[in-house]
Design a protein around this ligand. Structure first.
Ligand code: C2E
Ligand code: MG
Ligand code: MG
Ligand code: MG
Length: 277
């Protein structure tokens, strides 16, 4: 450790680790009761068509407002949920909430939209995920085309029965997207094996795209790759007008990011994006 600790911020991190670990155990016990205490909420971030400005899809993002810890980032509590196995209960809860939301909007006859749900590897692997999805869609009487699953490429690479599950999801009519594309430890061969509809360019390539020629080259290459494979492509984490402009010029048709909107509660989505027919 000693050599590593030569830099002060490393030492600080290590000293801090004990308390971090204690907090994690405590956090897990709070997370275990988050649903019953009504501390979880699903927010929605619009995905914008860069050509038309139209919004017809959203990404569902989980929010946790805990009585002790306050707002905890999913970057912290999702890994915790995965390790502890709580992801099954939490993931099921998210799926229910999203299906109910779609049903409500469908019943109110708002224009049709799609919602993308992040699926953790454990969730995707457990039981028959495709069957569960099918039953949920039937139970809530929602249009399967309004439902999208987001899976990271690392998750896709390291699972058995991935192809079969994806094929079943496709048969149901669900849209499949690869999240955080380009950051996983993976080969490209899965792109030809799996029935993928959408590639999501990871935020790390979009950040600084207006200054960083390498990021620009990578983003453009991913856009072309998607087009050549007949897939859609969406850029994540677009924060600046110039970034959107560069992406649009590179024929990236969709983007999401703080430039357009942060993830917001469903009520705000209704106020901002929906009209009655
Ligand atoms: P992700 O699926 O890649 O989601 C995109 C993340 O980028 C979200 O962070 C979103 O709020 C953030 N983001 C969107 N636009 C911008 C931008 O312009 N700039 C910046 N800096 N960030 C932007 P969030 O909500 O904190 O979620 C983090 C990760 O947690 C997600 O990454 C996803 O992997 C996971 N996650 C969130 N909700 C769920 C869920 O319901 N289930 C599972 N399994 N994972 C979830
Ligand atoms: Mg995602
Ligand atoms: Mg992502
Ligand atoms: Mg991510």
């Amino acid at each position: 450790y000693v050599k590593e600790n030569g830099r002060s911020h490393y030492r600080f991190y290590r000293e801090d680790m004990n308390s971090t670990f204690t907090d994690l155990a405590l956090m897990e016990s709070h997370l275990r009761r988050a649903i019953e205490f009504n501390e979880l909420a699903v927010y929605y971030q619009p995905q914008v068509n860069l050509n038309t400005g139209q919004i017809d899809s959203f990404e569902a993002l989980l929010r946790w407002n805990n009585r002790k810890f306050g707002f905890v980032s999913p970057m912290e509590f999702i890994p915790l949920a995965e390790e502890s196995g709580l992801i099954h209960t939490i993931g099921d809860w998210v799926l229910e909430v999203v299906c109910k939301q779609l049903k409500e909007w469908q019943d109110k006859q708002y224009r049709p939209v799609r919602i993308a749900v992040n699926i953790s590897p454990k969730q995707f692997r457990s039981g028959d995920f495709a069957l569960k999805t099918k039953e949920l869609i039937e139970k809530h009487e929602i249009d399967a085309s309004s439902f999208e699953v987001e899976i990271t490429e690392t998750a896709l690479m390291h699972m058995n029965d991935t192809l079969l599950t994806l094929q079943k999801l496709k048969a149901i009519g669900v849209t499949i997207s690869v999240d955080d594309f380009g950051t996983g430890y993976s080969s490209l061969s899965y792109l030809k094996q799996y029935p993928i509809d959408i590639i999501k360019i990871d935020r790390s390539f979009i950040k600084d795209i207006e200054h960083d020629k390498k990021n620009e080259a990578i983003a453009k290459t991913i856009i072309n790759l998607a087009h050549n494979l007949g897939m859609e492509v969406i850029a994540e984490g677009v924060e600046k007008e110039l970034q959107a402009k560069i992406l649009k010029a590179a024929a990236c048709h969709k983007a999401q990011g703080f430039l357009f909107s942060k993830p917001v509660p469903a009520s705000q989505i209704v106020d901002q994006y929906f009209d009655w027919i």
